[in-house]
Design a protein around this ligand. Structure first.
Ligand code: SF4
Length: 398
């Protein structure tokens, strides 16, 4: 069975960098005029000649997002369960060679973290671990999810790549979403950043979203880590990956994230820094090419930039985040986070910033009728508080 790995090989053979270098301003204008830009138009929107068209792209992206998602921005927060890791990623504090305090939460601590986060009103959670099957086995992740589902309507995972059977195990435990950043789509460059450890297996990571989709995940979020390689080619590859997943899994909500490298416990400097203008161009190109894909911006970015991006087509923001293990109820026990956070506003402050722009901050856009999800707020009248990214309907109702 062919996978996106084969598609990626085809894209690579087509010469992404060379094609980007051949785009003309006329091609960018044509891409902007099309109601549904195709893959060639998408490439043009990411190219250097598209830079002078950012205002036009922003207007079109704003309209597209309002048409497809309404004035809604979903808020969520990450919860780090553990920071044990067997990998050598050159850009991360949790790199196995870094001498930092390692720990993982007990189930009692997970419950305390859940209570602290739930008290902010958030109902969507992303749980993370480093990549250690020894310290954070699938059974441990599943046990944590079972605890967390008592407090949250949606629990997504950002953990090491699993087999399809293991993903199904976590779906059964209550996980409904996967985040899997390929980090680097350029297969030739990938080993430079992931020299040893299980993460050095480029293909197993690239195909993880497909295994998760087959296992029944409701949402899949992907993306590159911006700053490691040429951002135009990486953003193009990630967009084509999302496009592939949308066609392969039409019932799964596919999203993209655009994390830029942030300071961390280590000395690697990004070789391809991504400016704010470049980040905006990526988001606008993704929005125009993939009008129904979610786009997430994390607290890696500054409050000012995040507020600006709300009107440019993003649909999800993390809020009140901590990258420490047990960073909500047990922060005093921790030493080093995975990377530095830039937007340190509380959930309430992010809520107010979103609402201040005339958008609706959404704590919950999904109601699983078959799960407990206890403690989730109810609308007056007793209906599920499924604020709905899509025309007032929960995912099940769409
Ligand atoms: S990025 Fe993930 S896999 Fe790599 S060192 Fe950090 S925690 Fe481990």
């Amino acid at each position: 069975m062919s996978t996106f790995y084969d598609e990626m090989a085809r894209l690579r053979e087509s010469g992404i960098a060379q094609r980007l270098g051949r785009v003309t301003p006329e091609q960018v204008r044509r891409a902007l005029d099309r109601p549904a830009p195709d893959a060639g138009d998408f490439l043009a929107l990411l190219s250097p000649p598209a830079a002078p068209f950012l205002e036009d792209m922003a207007r079109a992206a704003h309209q597209s997002a309002r048409r497809n998602f309404g004035p809604n921005i979903l808020l969520f927060t990450p919860l780090y369960l553990a920071n044990y890791c067997d990998n050598h990623c050159v850009y991360c504090s949790f790199n196995t060679t870094n001498r930092i305090e390692r720990r993982k939460l007990t189930l009692a601590e997970v419950e305390q973290e859940a209570q602290a986060i739930a008290a902010t009103g958030l109902r969507h959670l992303l749980v993370l671990t480093g990549e250690s099957r020894t310290h954070s086995p699938v059974s441990y992740i599943g046990d944590c999810i079972a605890v967390l589902r008592r407090y949250f309507a949606s629990v997504s995972i950002e953990v090491y790549p699993l087999t399809e059977t293991e993903y199904a195990e976590l779906v059964a435990a209550g996980a409904d979403g996967l985040t899997m950043f390929q980090e680097v789509y350029d297969e030739a460059a990938y080993p430079r950043f992931h020299p040893r450890g299980p993460k050095s297996n480029y293909r197993f990571r690239l195909e993880a979203p497909e295994r998760a989709g087959r296992a029944g995940m409701r949402t899949i979020n992907i993306g590159p880590l911006l700053g490691l390689c040429d951002w135009r080619a990486e953003a193009y590859s990630a967009g084509m990956h999302a496009y592939y997943l949308q066609r392969r899994f039409p019932d799964v909500e596919i999203s993209l994230s655009c994390p830029r490298m942030r300071p961390y416990h280590g000395g690697y400097e990004p070789a391809f820094p991504v400016s704010d203008a470049a980040l905006v161009q990526i988001i606008l190109a993704w929005r125009l090419f993939l009008p129904r894909a979610g786009i997430t911006v994390s607290t890696r970015e500054s409050p000012e930039l995040r507020d600006h991006l709300i009107r440019l087509g993003i649909t999800k923001m993390s809020a009140g985040s901590s990258t420490l293990v047990g960073g909500y109820a047990h922060a005093e026990k921790e030493s080093v986070g995975q990377f530095e956070i830039c937007d340190r506003r509380s959930v309430a402050e992010v809520w107010a910033a979103v609402a201040g722009q005339g958008y609706k901050p959404v704590y919950k856009d999904w109601h699983d009728l078959g799960a407990a999800g206890g403690g989730c707020p109810q609308r007056p009248g007793g209906l599920p508080y499924s604020c709905a990214m899509q025309g007032g309907l929960s995912w099940r109702e769409r």
